[in-house]
Unconditional design. Structure first.
Length: 105
């Protein structure tokens, strides 16, 4: 699993029938800043994921990849490799909150 920020969406009018009606989002994976340990920074990568939880632009989300991406009831028969499985409320590292949805970090 990894953390990512939703940065956009993808619209594909032509796709396999099983993907009809599935929301596709662009996400940018994040990691704990190794220099400070007090914030999250970009990994400089981008993924397209299936949204199973109703995430929106700018939200911090929890992603699974590979075979795990097909283990949700919504994705079990889909040809997907990455799925949003949660919207993050907070991240705490070494007893310090480095992200809080309420704090807007």
């Amino acid at each position: 699993m990894f953390l990512a920020r939703v940065t956009g969406s993808v619209v594909a009018t032509q796709k396999v029938a099983s993907m009809t009606g599935k929301k596709l989002l662009v996400v940018e994976p994040l990691r704990v800043n190794p220099a400070t340990g007090t914030d999250l920074i970009s990994t400089q990568r981008t993924f397209i994921v299936v949204d199973t939880v109703g995430a929106g632009q700018g939200e911090l989300v929890l992603i699974v990849q590979g075979s795990s991406a097909r283990l949700t009831p919504e994705t079990e028969k889909l040809p997907v490799d990455a799925t949003i499985i949660g919207i993050v409320d907070s991240v705490t590292v070494n007893n310090q909150t480095i992200f809080s949805a309420r704090g807007g970090s």
